[in-house]
Design a protein. Structure first.
Length: 178
C-alpha cells in the first residue's frame, strides 16, 4: 500500500547553459533526476508543510511520491494526505512497539523477572464474575485469558473497564486483527 523510498532526496540544481533552472530544486531518486522543478519559496513551503501533513511531490502515472517528516513514500492506491499520514504513523507505532518489546525482553532476560505487572487477584475475580466465567466473544469456558480491550501497547490500562475474559483462540484472533 505504501513504501518508503530511502533513495529519494530534494537536491538543488546547479547552473545550466540557458540559466533557466539556476537555483531550482528537484527530486533525485538514486542517480535519476526527476523533471519536476521548484523554486526556493515553493520547496521551503513543502518542507514546512510536510512536518505535520504529507505533501504530494510527484505523480507518476498511478503512483504518487509523498514527503512526510523528512522521508519519502510511494503509494499507488490514490490515497489522500490523511490516509498517508495514518499509514506512516501506524508503521512508526508498530516499529516503536517492536523496539519496546525487544527492550522489555532483553531486560526481563537480564533480571530474570517479568517487566509487566500481572493483573491483581481481586481484579481477576471481579472480571471473572462480571463475565460469568466464560469468553465474552464465543462463550467458551476453557483456556480463559484476561485480555486488555485497548492493548497496553496502545495506552490501555489494567482496569476493570479495560479487561475482559477471552478464550485462547479468540484472544489470538483479536491480536492478529489489531
Amino acid at each position: 500500500m505504501i513504501r518508503v523510498d530511502n533513495r529519494a532526496e530534494v537536491v538543488k540544481l546547479g547552473w545550466t547553459l540557458p540559466r533557466m533552472f539556476t537555483g531550482r530544486y528537484t527530486i533525485q531518486i538514486g542517480k535519476t533526476i526527476r523533471a519536476e522543478r521548484w523554486r526556493q519559496r515553493a520547496i521551503s513551503s513543502c518542507f514546512d508543510t510536510q512536518q505535520g501533513q504529507p505533501v504530494a511531490m510527484i505523480r507518476d502515472g498511478r503512483r504518487t511520491l509523498w514527503m512526510f517528516q523528512e522521508r519519502f513514500y510511494w503509494e499507488s492506491d490514490g490515497l489522500g494526505g490523511e490516509d498517508v499520514k495514518a499509514l506512516v504513523m501506524r508503521r512508526e507505532r508498530k516499529n516503536h512497539q517492536t523496539l519496546r518489546t525487544a527492550h522489555s525482553l532483553m531486560n526481563a532476560a537480564a533480571t530474570g523477572e517479568p517487566t509487566r505487572e500481572p493483573v491483581p487477584v481481586d481484579l481477576r475475580r471481579a472480571i471473572y464474575e462480571r463475565d460469568g466465567g466464560a469468553c465474552c466473544l464465543c462463550g467458551a469456558a476453557f483456556d480463559l485469558q484476561y485480555d486488555h480491550v485497548l492493548p497496553v501497547a496502545l495506552g490501555g490500562a489494567t482496569t476493570f473497564e479495560n479487561l475482559q475474559l477471552l478464550c485462547g483462540s479468540c484472544n489470538r484472533a483479536k491480536s492478529d486483527s489489531i
